[in-house]
Design a protein around this ligand. Structure first.
Ligand SMILES: [Zn+2]
Length: 225
């Protein structure tokens, strides 16, 4: 279910739902004719169509539990898009170039949009890297833990960092900085969807918000000038 979710605030509660009801589900006050103190805020859907996001790292969730347990070692499937949205991903049978199947995933754009030089070479880098000589010089075979889709994507990311004379990212660093925050948001969103589809609302105590919301990490790009 991917309806858009909104959040509004009433009687010190944050109320998540798909549309503003006639009355507050918590205190029962009728809203008819009255305006809410704060306009409802829409909660961005953390999933998008990976084939429409060029030069991105993709995480395809399979089930809730896989997302919840994700720690960089689990068998989540990951890939990298070229500039046309073809998803390069590594499986037991080698590197695949998928034109479909990644329509609902977490997309992490990697390149600042004005890095034209890098973008113009991206497809060539990705294709070259994916040929066995570079990614798999020893003809190692697929291994759940050590030679899997996550290693493939991270190694590609690091190869491109090297072309930019930037230091490599460790698996831990990459996972904690770029992947986990998005996974957490996606997990929360899936929980909201589930609650709303069962109970129409999800109600929680309003956390104290700073007047300025914390800046989103969405804008961080691994490749930036
Ligand atoms: Zn209320």
């Amino acid at each position: 279910m991917d309806k858009s979710i909104i959040r509004f605030n009433h009687c010190d509660k944050d109320i998540f739902c798909c549309f503003v009801p006639d009355e507050c589900p918590e205190c029962g006050v009728r809203f008819s004719g009255k305006r809410l103190e704060e306009a409802p805020v829409s909660i961005p859907n953390p999933f998008s169509n990976g084939h429409k996001v060029p030069c991105a790292f993709l995480v395809a969730p399979t089930e809730d539990s896989v997302l919840r347990d994700f720690d960089g070692h689990s068998d989540l499937h990951t890939g990298v898009t070229n500039t046309n949205g073809v998803v390069y991903n590594y499986t037991r049978t080698g590197v695949h170039r998928d034109h479909q199947g990644w329509e609902r995933c977490i997309c992490i754009p990697l390149v600042q949009p004005d890095m034209f030089n890098l973008i113009s070479q991206w497809d060539e880098y990705l294709e070259k890297f994916s040929s066995a000589q570079m990614w798999d010089p020893l003809w190692q075979s697929f291994h759940e833990e050590t030679h899997n889709c996550y290693n493939y994507t991270l190694m590609f990311i690091n190869c491109v960092l090297a072309t930019q004379s930037k230091p490599a990212l460790s698996k831990k660093e990459f996972t904690h900085t770029f992947v986990l925050p998005r996974i957490r948001r996606a997990t929360k969103y899936m929980m909201l969807c589930r609650e709303i589809s069962q109970n129409h609302f999800y109600i929680m105590n309003s956390p104290r918000r700073n007047s300025q919301e914390a800046p989103s990490e969405e804008d961080d790009r691994i490749y930036s000038t």
